[in-house]
Design a protein around this ligand. Structure first.
Ligand SMILES: Nc1ncnc2c1ncn2[C@@H]1O[C@H](COP(=O)(O)OP(=O)(O)OP(=O)(O)O)[C@@H](O)[C@H]1O
Length: 301
């Protein structure tokens, strides 16, 4: 049975359908990306799952218990960081952890948690939060989300404002927790980062789920493409088109897709006395796959 099961959820803001029959699942130990354009309904969905937002119909089941706006029991085993963490300027990191642990019976070990989230060094424990950088605040937010030893952690845009090293460290932390069995539901606009992290994707558009898939399945939307620099790019584009392949010229490179394999492309181009100067195979790009799926959905396909 899935750890989180969201079934046929609806939510309206006036006439606006923010969630329209939303259904998806999250399995233990899986990192799931909730992905979609601005205003698609990601935050609303995350808020509903964490019991912060009411919904008009459907059900949310987490770890065998129902989650509603009025039933928060299940949240004992769920952590979340939605937008910015609630941080008090005059408290230290350790004081925050003690504060957030107050209403939980078996909190995580503070020292271990601070080590895991890298908030143990540099006198972090003794400094007041008003002196923290954005990255430090974000790491503290993640530590707070982990205080209840959660089975599921919900992170809305957790990489916002972080420098590349902090993003890298955060990815490592999430992956190691997932390997221990913790599940994650993450939304982010940083698709390159998500691509390196998530196991499954849930794609949302205009309040509707338009696809749920493993990352590998999802990549099948993005056809294999070859990017070439040649001695005569215009001729290479024409030649590819005459073979029935899709071909465009993009920033000085010929982009070819639709051929059966790379050898076909090389043979045709070499056969026309055009020299290939560089060649790259491009496949499995989350951004490209997402744009393709959203474009088909918006066309009503
Ligand atoms: N409290 C609210 N009152 C009225 N409309 C709302 C409210 N919260 C969200 N909406 C609307 O519901 C829709 C979904 O919003 P939501 O914030 O969930 O989208 P999102 O996918 O998280 O977008 P973003 O990526 O921009 O954060 C939007 O059209 C938004 O304007």
């Amino acid at each position: 049975m899935a750890l989180l099961e969201v079934k046929n959820i609806d939510k309206n803001f006036g006439k606006k359908k923010a969630m329209d029959n939303i259904s998806f699942t999250v399995n233990a130990g899986h990192i799931v990306g909730l992905i979609g354009p601005n205003g698609a309904g990601k935050s609303t969905t995350m808020r509903a799952v964490t019991g912060l937002m009411s919904y008009s119909s459907g059900s949310i089941n987490f770890d065998g218990q129902s989650v509603t706006f009025n039933n928060h029991q299940a949240l004992d085993r769920m952590g979340n960081l939605i937008e910015y963490p609630s941080i008090y300027p005059n408290l230290t990191a350790l004081e925050h952890l003690k504060l957030y642990a107050m209403d939980t019976k078996q909190p995580a070990d503070f020292k271990e948690l601070m080590q895991k989230t890298q908030i143990d060094g540099d006198n972090f424990g003794k400094r007041k939060a008003k002196n923290f950088s954005l990255g430090m605040k974000q790491r503290l937010g993640i530590a707070i989300a982990l205080i209840r030893n959660p089975k599921l952690v919900i992170l809305d845009e957790p990489m916002n404002g972080l420098d590349p090293q902090s993003v890298h460290d955060l990815r490592g932390l999430i992956r190691s927790l997932a390997d221990e069995g913790v599940a994650f539901l993450i939304s982010s606009h940083l698709l390159d980062e998500l691509q390196k992290l998530v196991d499954d994707v849930v794609i949302i558009n205009h309040g509707k789920i338009i696809e749920t898939a493993t990352m590998t399945e999802f990549f099948s939307h993005d056809k294999v493409r070859w990017t070439l620099a040649t001695s005569n790019n215009d001729a290479a584009v024409q030649l590819s088109k005459s073979n029935g392949w899709d071909a465009t010229l993009d920033e000085g490179h010929v982009q070819v897709s639709g051929a059966e394999n790379l050898q076909q492309v090389i043979t045709a181009i070499n056969g026309a006395d055009i020299q290939i100067q560089s060649l790259n195979t491009v496949t499995g790009n989350l951004e490209k796959s997402l744009l393709d799926v959203l474009a088909s959905d918006d066309k009503g396909e």
